[in-house]
Design a protein around this ligand. Structure first.
Ligand SMILES: Cc1cc2nc3c(=O)[nH]c(=O)nc-3n(C[C@H](O)[C@H](O)[C@H](O)COP(=O)(O)OP(=O)(O)OC[C@H]3O[C@@H](n4cnc5c(N)ncnc54)[C@H](O)[C@@H]3O)c2cc1C
Length: 527
């Protein structure tokens, strides 16, 4: 290690120590106020086991049985709610999304009692990531505390979740395409949907939860969506190929960003980030040629041949990376979770972790209620959801955007090039630095302050590297520009996520919402 690295490491370590002290104090305060909050919740909500007493009616309609919808259906039905799930296509999905569930997401899955959905689908354990630098240097990034993630075929996992939900007697899972929400006097009363046979039907429930994914048609009724598409992912499967390091994923951070991880015992998913809001077309061979001429030379030797074989086989698929901050308009009788509510860049594979974490939170918020008929009161109460989900969503969303923005920027600009170098070297510092970032991006440590301080530690590290051993005027200029570029990357992301709600949740009135008081004569155990 040269003096630059040592200095950078010392600066980063100093800042990190400060973060740990500061954020642990912050966390204690938040924990204390959460304790008070949940105590208040229990006091005002009765015994929390009663459910609505109007037999035959549906409590909750869930639109979409993807990751969030299926998990939510199971969680709510387990709590005694009568749930109707309407899914456009109940056959096994064949998609290139949602194939790696980070350690934090696995914990949420277990909290929902759904951990066995990872069994019997040839899912793989991923212990660590190898980050590969432009010059061939590699660094291993592990999860903290020997945690690990699981990767699999998306469709197999979804079918397991659906089977689990449908196994409960109070879940009705049916195939149909929801065409609209039914509104009456400003409240959502249910949905209109079309069956496979083309029959138009209506369904009503006290609460309709929209989980129709990234291409949601229904979200425009419940928020004002502002969607950004910074890049596309070109997806390939490298078949019958054993990586030299088992149970390891790759972040290849060269001129292109490439992410790979096993999805079964003999298949590796490979995603190539294609920057810009337009992709080279697949049909005329432009995409294949781009992958062969631009990306293949950047692949590590152990992946190169399998990558070329996969391109030649021709099964290239693409998906847009869509980013959308959560900004729901509270609407009585309706709610949104999953990608219909909030999307982030897929480079860190955080979507399912955020979705499952939202499912746990929503289930817990609904738990103290007896029935869901008072749409206005429940809508007001559920305003707290947006605040309480922030720590997890913020950490995962922000890190995904930051990582993508830094590593997809051009090397032409010396300050951006320096930032890329510093980010990679920061990851190489190992220990609390790389594990700290992994804990944040995997949902294991939902601590926004920790993320902000990692960002500033990285900036300080980058500046330290530039100014040592002698701060020449040229290097001072680059350092100043680097600070501006760094702040220019992080502040818009922070702003989109909502600075006040993220860092000062206790100043938000919605944080203190308690369950509406429901009269005891309406109560009956629905379980
Ligand atoms: C390229 C790419 C790769 C990704 N990789 C990962 C990863 O490795 N790990 C990770 O955690 N996340 C990943 N994500 C994100 C992840 O896939 C999503 O966050 C997650 O699938 C969201 O779950 P969801 O339930 O909200 O939506 P979905 O899983 O998309 O489910 C939506 C469901 O709603 C149904 N539906 C839609 N419209 C209607 C309608 N009108 N009526 C009835 N049903 C309807 C659909 O058929 C679908 O079943 C990736 C995203 C992309 C784009």
């Amino acid at each position: 290690m040269d003096s630059k690295h040592v200095f950078g490491g010392v600066v980063a370590a100093f800042l990190f120590g400060f973060v740990v002290l500061y954020s642990s104090r912050g966390r204690e305060n938040i924990k204390a106020s959460e304790k008070n909050r949940s105590k208040k919740t229990l006091e005002s909500s009765g015994n929390g086991v009663c459910r609505s007493n109007f037999a035959g009616n549906t409590d909750v309609i869930i639109v979409g049985a993807g990751v969030a919808g299926s998990a939510l259906a199971y969680a709510l039905a387990k709590d005694g709610w009568r749930v109707q799930v309407i899914e456009r296509d109940l056959t096994e999905p064949d998609r290139i999304v949602g194939e790696l569930l980070h350690a934090g997401g696995c914990i949420k899955l277990a909290e929902l009692g759904l951990e066995d959905c990872l069994d019997g689908i040839d899912s793989q354990i991923v212990f660590s990531f190898a980050a590969v630098h432009k010059d061939g240097r590699r660094t291993a990034i592990s999860y903290p505390s020997n945690a690990c993630s699981r990767s699999f075929h998306h469709g197999r996992f979804i079918q397991k979740l659906r089977e689990k939900a449908a196994s409960l007697p109070n879940v009705k899972l049916e195939q149909g395409t929801v065409t609209s929400l039914v509104e009456e006097n400003g409240s959502i009363k249910g949905v209109l949907y079309k069956t496979k046979a083309g029959q138009e039907l209506a369904a009503s429930a006290s609460l309709t939860i929209v989980c129709d994914g990234c291409f949601s048609n229904l979200r425009r009724n419940l928020c004002n969506p502002k969607i950004e598409v910074p890049s596309y992912f070109g997806g390939l499967v490298l078949e019958n190929y054993n990586l030299p390091y088992a149970n390891r994923a790759y972040f290849i951070l060269k001129d292109s960003i490439v992410v790979t991880y096993p999805i079964s015992s003999n298949e590796i998913r490979c995603f190539v980030d294609v920057p810009g809001s337009k992709q080279p077309p697949i049909s005329n061979g432009e995409m294949a040629s781009y992958l062969k001429t631009v990306v293949a030379p950047q692949m590590p030797p152990e992946l190169h041949n399998a990558f070329i074989c996969a391109i030649e086989k021709g099964n290239i698929r693409t998906m847009p990376n869509r980013i959308m901050a959560a900004s729901p308009s509270p609407t009585p009788g309706a709610f949104m979770i999953g990608d219909s509510l909030n999307m982030r860049h897929a480079v860190t594979g955080g979507g399912m972790t955020v979705g499952l974490s939202d499912v746990v939170l929503l289930r817990d918020l609904l738990r103290p209620l007896n029935d869901l008929r008072d749409g206005a009161a429940i809508c007001k109460y559920l305003e707290s959801f947006d605040i309480l989900r922030k720590p997890t969503a913020f950490a995962i969303n922000t890190l995904a955007s930051t990582l993508h923005t830094v590593f997809s920027s051009s090397d032409q600009d010396p300050s951006r090039k320096e930032m890329k170098e510093a980010f990679f070297n920061y990851l190489s510092l190992g220990g609390v630095f790389s594990e700290g970032l992994m804990a944040l991006l995997s949902g294991l440590n939902p601590a926004p302050l920790s993320l902000v301080f990692h960002c500033f530690a990285m900036l300080a590290y980058a500046v330290g590297r530039l100014l040592l051993p002698f701060p020449t005027p040229k290097r001072v200029c680059i350092a100043a520009k680097l600070i501006l570029v760094g702040l220019g990357i992080i502040f818009p992301i922070l702003k989109a996520e909502g600075i006040r709600a993220t860092f000062f949740p206790v100043t938000m009135p919605a944080y203190y919402r308690t369950p509406p008081v429901q009269s005891t004569d309406e109560r009956e155990t629905g379980k």
